[in-house]
Design a protein around this ligand. Structure first.
Ligand code: SAM
Length: 219
């Protein structure tokens, strides 16, 4: 069973996402184990401080190395061989192929969520991969960590039920975006389902779908 431990200052943010829908069911069916490690627990002193100002000056605060190292070491005690992924806008761009490779591997994961202006760079010495979910800056690494976990877990065999549903999806071959889909009713406010999809002619349907798939823009 694949295991994910997420190091975060905001574990409550994960209860909704990990406790609902497909991620909840994947845990119930014992395909995955999802947990959080509260970074605050490893804070310094009575106030459990986790951040400090940057050397050299500049706005904002950085996560200090001591709590981050302690949290990773704690997570490694639970799972010594787990791969450590750091959420950072400076990381390798996360793609469907990356999610697939991680779903196919036998690895377990520890994900680190940055906050404030980021983290002390020395944490990188414990990290196997630096991950960016796109070229924009979020307030913290929690949404990226949820994105990474969700995109991997739904590709683990057995999680989605109909395995083909992941195979024909957007990006599953690298660049193709899925064709438009319709469900009932056939006519909704004058907007009709394309005739060919009602025809029962599988060859014609496949042709229409292929013609209506798009190719994603190259970066
Ligand atoms: N000062 C940082 C910079 O300019 O790149 C931004 C820090 S951001 C406000 C706080 C944290 O959110 C980061 O340390 C990282 O963990 C996470 N984060 C923000 N954007 C991200 C992205 N696109 N991908 C992955 N993590 C991101």
């Amino acid at each position: 069973m694949k295991k994910f431990q997420v190091i975060t200052l905001f574990p409550d943010m994960f209860s909704g996402v990990f406790g609902s829908s497909m991620l909840w069911k994947a845990q119930k069916d014992e395909h995955v184990e999802l947990s959080t490690v509260d970074l605050r627990q490893f804070g310094l002193g009575q106030r459990k401080t986790v951040d400090d100002t940057p050397y050299g000056g500049g706005d904002g605060m950085l996560l200090r190395p001591e709590p981050l190292f302690a949290a990773v070491e704690h997570a490694k005690q639970n799972d010594p061989d787990a791969k450590v992924l750091l959420m950072t806008a400076r990381g390798q761009r996360w793609k469907q192929a990356t999610a697939q490779a991680h779903a196919d591997s036998a690895d377990n994961y520890i994900l680190i969520c940055g906050r404030y202006e980021g983290y002390d760079e020395r944490i990188v010495s414990l990290v196997d991969e630096q991950v960016s979910i796109g070229d924009y800056v979020l307030t913290g690494g929690e949404l990226p960590a949820m994105t990474v976990v969700d995109s991997i877990v739904r590709l683990i065999p057995g999680v989605l039920g109909g395995e083909a549903s992941a195979e024909i999806e957007s990006f599953s071959d690298g660049r193709t975006l899925e064709f438009p889909q319709y469900t009932r009713p056939e006519d909704f406010r004058g907007m009709k389902v394309p005739e060919v999809l009602l025809s029962g002619n599988h060859a014609e349907i496949a042709k229409w779908r292929s013609e209506n798939s798009q190719v994603a823009e190259k970066e």
